[in-house]
Write a protein that binds this ligand. Structure first.
Ligand SMILES: Nc1ncnc2c1ncn2[C@@H]1O[C@H](COP(=O)(O)OP(=O)(O)OP(=O)(O)O)[C@@H](O)[C@H]1O
Ligand SMILES: [Mg+2]
Length: 422
């Protein structure tokens, strides 16, 4: 078999693999089909309890939501560079190292890509956020090293890394006719990443682009943080968050915070935590709300609620409103959420993301009116408040939306073809 180089966008929420079959062509997508003919594989694994079955991607989410007993893992990329990375999680009653989990997912990604390409991939350019970890260079390096080791463990003998927003820039560059100063805005599930680059069809083939890259920047805020805040401000109060105990103290926030993030939902299911919650219910002024929380825990419905909140965020972003059905907690219970609810929940996060853009431009010595184009990519670039804030900062620039889920993988494929020529 012929070996070739591919580009791997291992995302917090979705992953893609791109490969330039012969020559990357602007009209033909280099993305390989990873699940049901689609180019994305959601970054999720579901371990079934009753047999050795493991499902990935959409199938993992569907199996979990269908109510099979087992363990669903998502947002695994966020483990890179965190202290959790050396830890384990319980799968089928046994401790499973988080590292093995990431390895299993990336192996699956490679297998599926090879299956579609009918090639063995031994060389790859992996995308990476500008910062895996904010303000900690050692942890950031460790994150990249760990991902590199995992990539080699699954069979990529040669691994290179590229900043995700630069990959998106290369994808956009393959479609322009003249030189442009471009700000790439890549808002994904886990991180917001930016590159300020001079793009030009004439220089696109060069491997050395240092002079064209004016700045890279990023912050560890993405769609999963929006989901968390949306949940905490719009729905968790219905389950008692912010309420009072008869003593006048507040209902403890910690269980709600655990429930609002994928990684920590299982912490609320321990016997100790359930005993604590029953105690809180006994002392709560509004016991009906705590009953809903206890029901959520009894039903092991934390991941289901987190999924509902993500869907509500997407619904509000696309249509202005969304209804969240809470019928698993009480028959007929639902809540209508609007753009105002979402904006209130994420306002501070959006401010931080927008400030990061401001700092990046200042540090690069570039005025907003010098930027020709803002290229939006990443699923969370669809969040209206974010788009509006960054758009207003760069009001004179042309605003272009890329393939929000595919730009990075396509750009990595181009980069792989340039760095590992056949
Ligand atoms: N229409 C939409 N409106 C708002 N958010 C959306 C929309 N569609 C998807 N999202 C969000 O986009 C995020 C996923 O985007 P994407 O696939 O670009 O992330 P990723 O590449 O996996 O993450 P990262 O690059 O941070 O590792 C999720 O948080 C998802 O909820
Ligand atoms: Mg991404």
């Amino acid at each position: 078999m012929i070996t070739s180089a591919c580009g791997v966008d291992f995302g917090t929420s979705n992953s893609t693999v791109g490969w330039c079959r012969t020559q990357c062509h602007p009209q033909a997508s280099p993305l390989l089909a990873l699940e049901e003919g689609k180019p994305t594989l959601p970054s999720a694994i579901f371990f079934h309890d009753d047999d050795e079955d493991v499902s990935h991607g959409r199938a993992a989410l569907a199996d979990y939501l269908a109510g099979y007993d087992g363990r669903l893992m998502r947002s695994m990329k966020s483990l890179l560079g965190s202290s959790l990375m050396d830890g384990t999680t319980e799968v089928r009653g046994r401790p499973m190292p988080f590292r093995a989990l990431l390895t299993a997912y990336i192996r699956e990604l490679r297998d599926r890509a090879q299956g579609d390409a009918k090639r063995v991939f031994t060389q790859a350019v992996f995308g990476r956020p500008v910062f895996f970890v904010d303000d900690d260079a050692a942890a950031d390096k460790l994150a990249e090293d760990t991902l590199g080791e995992i990539a080699r463990d699954v069979g990529f003998a040669d691994v290179a890394f590229q900043f995700e927003p630069l990959a998106a820039a290369f994808d956009y560059e393959s479609r322009i006719q003249s030189e442009e100063l471009v700000l790439v805005v890549d808002i994904g599930g886990g991180t917001s990443d930016f590159s300020l680059v001079r793009l030009s069809p004439a220089r696109a083939h060069l491997t050395e682009r240092r002079d064209d890259i004016l700045a890279n920047g990023g912050v560890h805020i993405g769609g999963t943080d929006f989901d968390k805040q949306f949940s905490l401000t719009a729905v968790m109060p219905m389950l008692g968050l912010g309420g009072e105990l008869v003593s006048g103290k507040q209902v403890p926030a910690m269980p709600y915070i655990h429930l609002a993030s994928w990684h920590t939902i299982n912490n609320v299911y321990t016997r100790k935590m359930q005993d604590m919650l029953r105690q809180v219910r006994a002392e709560a002024v509004d016991k009906d709300r705590l009953d809903l929380l206890l029901r959520l825990v009894q039903e092991r419905a934390g991941h289901w609620l987190a999924h509902q909140m993500e869907q509500a965020k997407i619904g509000v972003s696309d249509n202005g409103t969304a209804d969240v059905s809470l019928d698993r907690l009480a028959q007929g219970l639902s809540v209508s959420l609007t753009r105002a609810d979402l904006d209130r929940a994420i306002d501070q996060l959006v401010t931080k993301v927008d400030d990061t853009v401001g700092t990046l431009l200042t540090d690069a010595g570039i005025r907003a009116d010098q930027v020709d184009t803002v290229f939006f990519t990443g699923g969370s670039s669809r969040v209206p408040l974010l788009r509006e804030r960054i758009g207003a900062r760069l009001a004179q620039a042309r605003h272009v939306e890329g393939d929000v889920f595919g730009s990075i993988g396509s750009g990595l494929a181009l980069d792989a073809a340039r760095r590992f020529p056949a």
